[in-house]
Every structure is written in structure tokens, then in C-alpha cells.
Write a protein that binds this ligand. Structure first.
Ligand code: MN
Length: 201
């Protein structure tokens, strides 16, 4: 039962002008597809072939790098597409908005914290908003690691993930990662993040 490429929930051009169509097309159809293909090739005929990604992550330290990198790549991008949408952005309300305010002080403080996590991740990786021990936390991971992995310094259930690999922004923003991070906040699907908060509790 090989892994498959999740369907993108919107068109390549749907997140314009914040994230451009060419970046979306290459990111989804080349990068994400490659993680799916490489993971399937790495686990073909092995017990891992019938495991969930979440179960794989629990003992990912026992897997070779090809499985860790590509399983992370599949999961992280599935989450990334889902937590963005056209006409997204703004500030979350309800339980999520309240949790962000009580944890970080204000939405603006959360935005600064999360943006810094992405901006200061050296090289390639991800910034995360996680639920950890019933509380919200911001952290970042290198490469295609995530907070569900036993190897991760920060552990928790990710509810928002921002890809800060250059392939996520280089065509439009070149070396200006902070500009991409600002743009990302204009496409966040807070309803999806709120749903993931509910499911994480
Ligand atoms: Mn990516």
C-alpha cells in the first residue's frame, strides 16, 4: 500500500500574489512528488510499507536517512498545503486565538516568535506551531524533520508548519526569506489550524 501524493486543495495560482504559481507547481509536482516516490522506493517490500507516517516517526531514529528525510517530506508537505488557502491570513479567533494570546501575549508576539523561528533556521527546515503537553509552543526543525519524530529537539503535535527551504520561495523572493515569511502570513488557513488544535487535544 504505497504512499500517494495528496491532492493539492487549490490551484497552483490560488495563493497569488503571496506565493507564485511557478513555485507552487514545482514545489508540489516535483519536490513533494519526489519525497513520495523516494519514500515508496525505500520501504518497498518492508514492514514499514504498511505503517502510518505517525508510527514511523515514533521510532524514526532506527530508520536510515532516506526514510527519515522522505517520510518527513511527505508528512510536512501534506500539512503545509492544508494550512494555507486563498484569501487566508488575518488573525485566528475562538479557542485558537485565545490560546495564542495566553501563550505568547498577543497575536503580534506570536507572529514575531514564529517568524523568527523560520528566519533563524540555518539552511533548510521548518518552523512549527505545536501542541506539546496541552500547551502551544513554537519551534523549528532542520531538513525534513518534524516534532513528531523521536529525534526532534522539540516534540509535540504540529498544527501549523512553514517550509523555509529555499525551494519554497527562491523563484519569487530569491534570498529574502523574511519576505516569504511575511507573505506566508497572508495565506494561513486558520480554520484548518484550529481544527488541528482540536484534534490534538
Ligand atoms: Mn518544501
Amino acid at each position: 500500500m504505497a504512499f500517494t501524493l495528496n491532492k493539492l486543495p487549490y490551484d497552483y495560482k490560488a495563493l497569488e500574489p503571496h506565493i507564485d504559481a511557478m513555485t507552487m507547481e514545482i514545489h508540489y509536482s516535483k519536490h513533494h512528488q519526489a519525497y513520495v516516490t523516494n519514500l515508496n522506493n525505500a520501504i518497498a517490500g518492508k514492514p514499514e510499507d504498511s505503517m502510518s507516517l505517525e508510527d514511523l516517526f515514533k521510532n524514526i531514529s532506527k530508520q536510515p536517512p532516506v526514510v527519515r528525510n522522505n517520510a518527513g517530506g511527505v508528512y510536512n508537505h501534506n500539512l503545509y498545503w492544508d494550512v494555507m488557502k486563498p484569501n487566508g491570513g488575518g488573525e485566528p479567533t475562538g479557542k485558537l486565538g485565545d490560546a495564542i494570546k495566553s501563550t505568547f501575549g498577543s497575536f503580534a508576539d506570536f507572529k514575531t516568535n514564529f517568524s523568527n523561528a523560520g528566519a533563524t533556521r540555518f539552511g533548510s527546515g521548518w518552523a512549527w506551531l505545536c501542541v506539546s503537553g496541552g500547551k502551544l509552543a513554537v519551534c523549528s526543525t532542520p531538513n525534513q524533520d518534524n516534532p513528531l519524530m523521536d529525534v526532534s529537539e522539540c516534540k509535540g503535535t504540529p498544527i501549523l508548519g512553514m517550509d523555509v527551504w529555499e525551494h519554497a520561495y527562491y523563484l519569487k523572493c530569491q534570498n529574502r526569506r523574511p519576505e516569504y515569511i511575511t507573505n506566508f502570513f497572508n495565506v494561513i488557513n486558520w480554520d484548518e489550524v484550529a481544527k488541528r488544535l482540536d484534534n490534538a487535544k
